[in-house]
Structure formats: C-alpha cells, structure tokens
Design a binder for this molecule. Structure first.
Ligand code: CTP
Length: 416
C-alpha cells in the first residue's frame, strides 16, 4: 500500500494566500465539471524541499483553456492561450499561473519536439524529466493536497538524487542533460548511478538539439545562483565542449564568477556578464562561432564582440596618467558587460583602476548645458553643436570646469 501523503498544510504555509485561494477555487471549478486538477512539477518539488517557488503549473484532465477562461470570470486578469498545445497562462496582479491539458508525448526522433496527445495525469507525469519533477498534488476538494508520486520522487528528494524516469529520457530530449546538471548543482544533489551512466552515454545527443534550445538552457544555467558550479560539472562530464570545444570550466572561471557577484552585489550579475566571462578566453573566431551556433540575440552577440574587441585594445589602458576624458572616449562605446568582464579578467592593477574609475565615476559625468542652451547662446545649429557639447563634456571629465557657470563662460569665449 503506498503511503498517503498530504501537502495541504505545506501549500497553506508556503504559498501566498492569494495563490492558495486561487488553487482552491480552480480545484472546485474543475470538480464541478467532473474533471481532476493537479499542481505539478517544480512547485511540488519545492514545496517538499521548503524552497520558495511561486511559479504554479497546473494540469487538468480535461480542457485547460476552457477552465482558464472560466477562472478569468472569477479573477480579473489577462489570459494567453496556445490552442495547439492546449495550454493557457493566466496573469493577474503580480501572479502568473500556467494551466495545461494532461498529455502524453512521443518522441518521433531524438532532439525534435515531441508529438503530443491528450492523456491522463499518469501519462503527463511519465513524460517528465526527473522523478523529483514528476510529482503532482490533487486540487479537487475531496482529495485536496493528496500527493501523487508514482516514481519515487519524494524518496529521491530525501536521498538527494536526480533520476530519470526511463532509459530513453536523455536521448528523447538531450536538453535534460543540462537540466540535470542544473538541479544537481542548485540543490546539492547527485545524479543517480544509472542516470549518470545514461547521461554520459547520451552526451552526443546534444548535437540533435537546435541552437535556440541550447541557448535557452545556457541562459537558464547563467540565471542560477552559482552558474560556475554547473559549468565546472559540465566540463567534467564533457557536456561543456558541446557548446564550444574551446570553452573552459575551471578555477579561473569560478573565481571570476565569484568576483562578478561581489562587484554587482546586491543584485546578480546579468547573463551577459557571465557569458562574456565564459567566452573571454575564446579567440575572435571561436567567439563568432559560438554566437552563430547559439543564435545569440543581438544584444548578447554585441557583448561578446565588444568583450573581444576591448580585450584586444586593453593595453592602451596600461599607460600611466591618461586624461580622464581619454579613458572615457576609449571605453564609452563598449557595452557595460564587456567593460566589466575586462575589468574582472585583466591582470594589471593600472588597467583595473582605470576601468573602475570609468565605471564608478566617469560614465555618470555630463555637461549641464544642452544643445538647446547652445543654440540660444548663438552656436550655429548642426554638427558644431555636437562638437561644442563634446568639448564641454571633456572639460567636465578633466575637471577643467566644475559648474554650469564655468560651462557658460567657456562657451561664451568660443562664440566671441
Ligand atoms: N519538463 C520536462 N522536461 C523538460 C522541461 C520541463 O520534463 N525538458 C517538466 C518538468 O516536470 C518540470 C516542468 O516541466 O518540472 C516545468 O518546467 P520548468 O519550468 O523548466 O521547470 P521547473 O522545475 O518548474 O522550474 P525550475 O527549473 O526553474 O525550478
């Protein structure tokens, strides 16, 4: 006889009351039409682990879009539906809840997205990546809170294990390789013995995954609290070279990621900064390859290009005593993440100090006078305005003037 476990009190304690009320109402509505509604996936895992997670995923044995539309009558908000997948996302106030129709999936070929058909909650749990993510909680009032744990997820949480549900899991969807490493390092768990063996055997299946999907996985890694732990583990398991063979997951990377956190604290470093550090030791050609392989967004691609262009020119900043305006002109066109990556990666104190001077002070300095002020003062509209503004900016940066009056005197001198 399987143990009967209720998560009703955990839901009450750990979720905000608005979400608790919402799932109760949703469960009642589903029950009224003879359907079953479940809380599934990551939030169930995190309820059991007492980790905060308010991203609710609900699965209905029935038409999820229909239920979402009914819920919209109760909770005023926004709904986004994907009819092809039978899913809906409800948003109200600061909350967002995903609703999906229970489904079964079959993988026609490795790496491709699965073909999907409506199914039971058992089917829906069986299609999932790991046992710890394959649990559900019943939300219908007559069995509210009942844990459905068909694959030993709760046991695995207790033993700190990441286990796949079946032998083909990584081959069906090799993004699970990255997901497995993420959970392992985030939770301080370990892949189970057989799962680790399967993962190693299927590393080559990462080649079947599109650049877009791999990029998404990498972005998720870089959004983790300690991304370097995942990258070092990925290096060890020969997963990292699948992103690019020249990437290194080593002590240098770990140190730089840690320094990035110290520098950016109390916020987390951006994905762009972490990515710039990860790609820092690639040469220009390798970096270009990574950009196209992962189909990086324009902004991320620019960060990587800037990082390498700046790195190539960085020695200029090693000279003693450049004018502040020269430091500003040298750095200001590069993206902030590229500049910060170079600050962290350079190993010259002088360069470090010059970049820090730019980041802490110079980048905020602006002249007080505007283009309109200059026109009023008799400067001919056109390129001359920009020239004068640049001269004022330089004078401010170099502290040759420190007040608006000083700027006015300077301009009046030029006009005469
Ligand atoms: N899932 C899966 N295989 C994937 C992606 C997702 O089986 N390749 C399932 C898992 O059950 C997962 C759920 O879909 O729990 C939701 O996916 P996602 O939001 O990525 O995972 P969470 O566990 O909710 O979130 P996180 O990783 O941020 O904790």
């Amino acid at each position: 006889m399987p143990e009967i476990v209720s998560l009703a009190s955990k839901i009450g304690r750990q979720l905000p009351s608005e979400l608790v009320n919402f799932v109760r109402v949703a469960g009642e509505l589903a029950a009224n039409q003879g359907q079953s509604l479940y809380l599934v996936g990551g939030v169930v895992r995190d309820l059991l682990l007492r980790r905060p997670n308010f991203d609710l995923d609900l699965v209905l044995e029935g038409d999820a879009i229909n239920l979402a539309e009914q819920l919209l009558q109760v909770r005023q908000g926004r709904i986004i539906t994907h009819r092809r997948f039978g899913t809906a996302e409800l948003q109200w106030d600061k909350w967002s809840v995903d609703l999906a129709t229970a489904r079964s999936e079959t993988y026609v070929e490795p790496g491709a997205l699965p073909s999907v058909s409506p199914g039971s909650i058992e089917d829906d749990l069986f299609r999932r990546d790991f046992t710890i993510n394959a649990m559900a909680v019943m939300l219908n009032p007559n069995r509210y809170g009942l844990l459905i744990d068909l694959y030993g997820g709760r046991d695995d949480l207790e033993h700190k294990l990441i286990r796949v549900l079946h032998e083909n899991s990584f081959a069906d969807d090799a993004t699970r390789i990255w997901r497995g490493l993420r959970y392992e390092q985030r939770l301080n768990f370990q892949l189970g013995e057989n799962s680790l063996k399967l993962l190693k055997r299927n590393v080559s299946m990462l080649d079947t995954i599109s650049g877009d999907r791999i990029r998404h996985e990498l972005e998720l890694v870089l959004e983790e609290e300690f991304p370097e732990k995942v990258l070092l583990r990925a290096k060890k398991l020969k997963v990292l070279p699948k992103l690019h063979p020249a990437l290194k997951g080593d002590d240098w990377l770990a140190e730089k990621f840690e320094q990035a956190r110290e520098l950016i604290s109390p916020n987390s470093p951006s994905v762009g900064l972490y990515l710039a550090l990860l790609a820092y030791r690639l040469n220009a050609k390798e970096s270009e390859h990574l950009i196209s392989q992962l189909r990086l967004s324009k902004a991320l691609a620019q960060i990587l290009k800037d990082t390498h262009n700046l790195k190539a020119e960085l020695d200029w900043l090693a000279q003693p005593g450049p004018r502040p305006s020269s430091i500003y002109r040298f750095l200001h066109d590069y993206s902030l993440s590229a500049i910060t990556a170079n600050l962290l990666a350079c190993n010259s104190l002088v360069i470090y100090q010059h970049i820090q001077f730019f980041l802490d002070k110079l980048r905020y300095i602006r002249p007080s006078l505007t283009g309109n002020d200059l026109k009023r003062m008799g400067i001919t509209p056109g390129p001359r305005i920009k020239e004068v503004l640049d001269l004022l900016h330089d004078a401010r940066l170099d502290e040759r003037i420190t007040t608006k009056e000083g700027e006015i005197d300077l301009v009046e001198g030029w006009v005469d």
